[in-house]
Design a protein. Structure first.
Length: 237
């Protein structure tokens, strides 16, 4: 009797970096050239991850599937039904093509959209995570500064949890706030208690629209952006 081999379904989860297509890794580019199917998460506006890989890989003969992710995502938000719908969409296309790539900005393991779906997909497909250059690495490189050295300690916080900045300032040498644009006035007020820190606001690091400010009070309202990071770095004595 002839043995039947089980079809292997493969999903690559690829970090495409912070914006500059030249920061796409060699491995990511190689896989994207090879797969016939690409899943591209979007918040309903411009699809930044897709625009990055379009500058590095020819997508003309590939199937591109856009997946709508809600912009407000927390672990407490009841979005399980939505994640199930998106996962079912991915499974449907993977069944047709056999393998595909899910692209995500920065690095897949750092605040990425994919891991909302992981529990629904891990038993269906063989999943391979392909690391990418993170937004933190990009921001530090364009300032430029080091995020830590020797025994220095770092804390990374979503900006809506920034209430205890002064407390964290006693324990950490570098404070990093992700997506600070919606809590800007609160951050400005809290920053007044961090006199011994140098502050940086970086918008769209490595992209054409990149902006860097070394004084938070000088950041114009129109420059507040979803793709931004605030860094407080303890001054050297």
């Amino acid at each position: 009797m002839q043995k039947t081999t089980k079809k292997i379904i493969k999903l690559y989860v690829i970090g495409v970096g912070p914006g500059d297509p030249e920061l796409l890794t060699l491995k990511a580019k190689k896989i994207l050239k090879r797969v016939p199917l690409i899943f591209s998460p979007t918040g309903g506006k411009d699809n930044l991850a897709l625009s990055i890989i379009k500058k590095a890989v020819n997508l003309n003969k590939k199937k591109v599937v856009s997946l709508l992710f809600p912009m407000k995502k927390t672990k407490e938000t009841d979005l399980e039904a939505h994640w199930k719908i998106l996962s079912d969409e991915i499974i449907k296309y993977l069944n047709l093509f056999g393998k595909g790539a899910f692209i995500t900005l920065g690095d897949p393991a750092f605040y990425s959209t994919f891991f909302y779906l992981y529990s629904f997909l891990k038993n269906f497909a063989e999943i391979e995570i392909v690391p990418g250059v993170s937004s933190l690495s990009a921001v530090a490189s364009v300032i430029p500064t080091n995020l830590s050295i020797a025994n220095e300690k770092i804390i990374i916080l979503p900006a809506n949890y920034a209430d205890n900045l002064e407390k964290y300032g006693k324990d950490f040498d570098t404070l990093i706030l992700m997506k600070p644009h919606k809590n800007w006035q609160k951050i400005l007020k809290l920053a007044e208690n961090l006199k011994n820190y140098q502050s940086f606001y970086v918008k769209k690091a490595t992209m054409l629209e990149e902006k860097i400010y070394t004084n938070l009070k000088e950041v114009p309202e129109e420059e507040l952006d979803y793709f931004s990071i605030v860094i407080f770095k303890k001054r050297e004595n």
